[in-house]
Ligand binder design. Structure first.
Ligand SMILES: CC(=O)N[C@H]1[C@@H](OP(=O)(O)OP(=O)(O)OC[C@H]2O[C@@H](n3ccc(=O)[nH]c3=O)[C@H](O)[C@@H]2O)O[C@H](CO)[C@@H](O)[C@@H]1O
Length: 393
């Protein structure tokens, strides 16, 4: 079967689709097809998805796209022109590749691709990772045959589950490497220590590993609160801080001018490690960590349960993104703690110290997470795609 894939803009739209792509390329006894499917990914010409998709070895075609919801009317007109060009390029790609089915995960680039598939009668499956869809996915879902969702509560936006509505609950597709790494935390920690050249991490000294990050782009407020409070955390934990590419120059400035503080011993100083971004190492970081601080992007709904990783979630306070609803879903199950962005400076360190000092609470959160885990989600979506591709529109 030929499967057209599209998703882009940020990592949160790319990694779930890559997990499904990996599944489609390596069918085994558990999968539907007897031989690997042929894949083509349509992303934007200059999008960050290009690097991630090519890194994974999936064929990539770039098209023109632009954000339509912008304040400047001139930009809106220019971007609308790009979208029209993108539709023409998508139609050409569909005519050339002749897909049996199309799979999209979000980002502006998906709009012309879904429209082209609709015009050429190619069935479309959308995956919505978040609990609440943005306006673009709501609109595109009208053109799609199926919408896969992470948890049952997300199905209502699409008329409920099949056969009444369009939704199927598959779970969040996580990378196979994470499923594998989460089976043995200790081994994951050893691997991470090797990949990051951080030998102290491999010591079995009972010191918890705290993973701090802010989504695929990094989060300024989380970074600043971390730099302000990290010295207080180091007597109780090792801290792996993914700063993000955008704020990396800020980290370098802070490290040059303010780190380490004179009162901190070299042993404690070496417990803090900052990195701009993690690629293949990310699966091991999630599996090895004992506690995380993160934004509440959709990945936390899938990756944290599989990794059984308790967290303090700090939803991005921007209208239209709706990360709070993602965080609430984990909090509702006793699987995470939520902190408002505006309270980071005062409350982040005390909240973390309380959780680090309470292994029983972390264990209860890990057990709640384990009940939400769907390590087979990529396979479930691959199966849905197979069924749609065989049925046609
Ligand atoms: C600002 C914004 O619009 N954010 C949205 C975006 O977030 P964002 O792109 O941050 O998405 P997520 O938090 O859902 O996913 C981030 C992904 O990047 C990976 N990762 C991250 C850092 C790193 O160093 N290495 C790495 O591999 C994570 O493991 C995860 O798989 O898409 C999500 C999915 O629709 C939404 O829920 C978010 O609201």
């Amino acid at each position: 079967m030929r499967v057209l894939i599209s998703g882009g803009g940020t990592g949160g739209h790319v990694y779930p689709a890559l997990a499904v792509a990996a599944r489609l390329r390596r069918p085994d006894a558990g999968a539907e097809a007897a031989e690997p499917h042929t894949l083509l990914w349509i992303g934007s010409t200059h999008g960050m998805e290009r690097q991630l998709v090519e890194r994974a070895g999936v064929a990539y075609r770039g098209i023109d796209t632009g954000q339509l919801r912008v304040n400047n009317p001139l930009t809106a007109v220019v971007n609308a022109g790009k979208m029209v060009r993108g539709l023409g390029q998508s139609l050409a790609a569909v005519d050339h590749f002749r897909p049996h089915v199309c799979f999209v995960t979000g980002g502006y680039v998906c709009a012309p691709v879904v429209l082209a598939c609709r015009l050429r009668r190619v069935p479309v499956l959308i995956y919505l990772p978040d609990m609440v869809p943005g306006w673009a996915i709501r609109w595109l879902s009208r053109l799609a045959q199926r919408v896969a969702v992470t948890f049952p509560a997300a199905a209502a936006a699409f008329g409920g589950e099949v056969p009444q509505g369009k939704a199927v609950v598959t779970g969040y597709p996580v990378r196979a490497e994470l499923v594998q790494a989460a089976r043995d935390r200790q081994a994951a920690r050893q691997t991470l220590a090797r990949l990051l050249s951080w030998p102290e991490l491999a010591q079995e000294d009972g010191l918890p590993l705290l993973l701090i990050w802010g989504g695929s782009l990094g989060a300024r407020s989380i970074n600043q609160a971390t730099w302000q409070g990290v010295a207080e955390l180091l007597p109780h934990a090792r801290v792996l801080h993914i700063v993000g590419q955008r704020d990396w120059p800020l980290y370098q400035e802070w490290a040059r001018d303010q780190w380490p503080p004179t009162h901190l011993s070299p042993e404690w100083t070496s417990r803090y490690r900052a990195v701009p971004y993690l690629h293949e190492e990310m699966a091991y970081a999630l599996a090895a960590a004992d506690l995380s601080v993160a934004r509440a992007g959709a990945s936390t709904l899938g990756e944290f349960p599989v990794a059984r990783l308790p967290s303090v979630l700090v939803p991005l306070p921007i209208a239209g993104v709706n990360q709070a609803r993602n965080a609430q879903e984990l909090v509702r199950h006793g699987a995470a703690v939520m902190l408002e962005d505006g309270h980071l400076t005062d409350r982040l360190v005390p909240t973390l110290l309380a959780l680090l000092a309470d292994p029983q609470r972390r264990q209860a959160m890990a057990e709640a997470l384990a009940r939400l885990a769907r390590p087979d989600a990529a396979c479930a979506i691959a199966r849905e795609l197979g069924a749609l591709g065989r049925a046609g529109t």
